[in-house]
Write a protein that binds this ligand. Structure first.
Ligand code: URA
Length: 217
């Protein structure tokens, strides 16, 4: 059979099994991650979180979108990007022509910071093992960081630094990471809601994401 996720041919000739053993292991590992997040007390944010937020989308996706942290709606529903910013993200994903099984969405943090404040370095570090494990199990080929916080934090996981502070200078520039992973920073959808002028360049960035996806799909 040819595994629906890694597209490799395997000796198992079953017509019932759609994924190979290695890919099923990643699926199981990602399911375990939910339990570990649920039990986590690595920083004080668990005390105020209503629901913890791990991710949504296809577990074997080629594209991983990484935002900052759950907001009010995400905290209520337990899913990332389900509020106004999420609706805009969904519009941009459709604009880029990305199919439903092409992406998985997660955040730097799994718990909502009070009043949606920016995550502290300590919180981001305390939560980083979950992000690293998400990257390890989903195995994306394209990472899209949404906004400056996610860009800075995710690049730091790969021992890279962003020298520019302004998203205007950072967005749309490709970073080539180990294991043929390409990272592209884009404006956070909430920033576009606040300043509609950012939409034009963001559409350019999502066009590029669509093209990159076609190369790895
Ligand atoms: N903003 C984020 O960065 N993440 C979410 O999940 C929702 C809004």
């Amino acid at each position: 059979m040819i595994c629906k996720r890694c597209k490799q041919r395997h000796t198992d000739n079953s017509v019932v099994v759609e994924y190979c053993e290695e890919c099923i292991e990643d699926f199981d590992a990602l399911s375990d991650l939910w339990l570990d997040v649920w039990k986590c007390r690595a920083c004080p944010l668990y005390e105020t979180a209503n629901k913890k937020v791990v991710g949504r989308g296809f577990w074997g996706a080629k594209i991983l979108f990484i935002g900052e942290a759950p907001g009010k709606h995400e905290d209520e529903e337990g899913e990332p990007f389900v509020g106004a910013a999420g609706r805009l993200l969904d519009v941009l994903i459709t604009y880029a022509g990305l199919p439903d099984d092409s992406f998985f969405i997660t955040n730097v943090l799994r718990c909502r910071p009070p009043n949606n404040r920016t995550p502290t370095e300590e919180e981001a570090k305390a939560c980083s093992s979950f992000l690293k494990r998400t990257i390890e199990y989903v195995k994306p080929k394209i990472i899209v960081t949404l906004g400056a916080t996610a860009t800075k934090h995710v690049l730091s996981l790969y021992k890279r630094e962003v020298t520019e502070k302004l998203m205007g200078k950072i967005r749309g520039k490709l970073h080539y990471l180990p294991q043929y992973v390409t990272l592209i920073p884009v404006y956070h959808p909430a920033a576009i809601i606040y300043n509609g002028k950012l939409m034009d360049v963001t559409k350019e960035d999502f066009n590029l994401i669509g093209k990159l996806y076609k190369e790895v799909a």
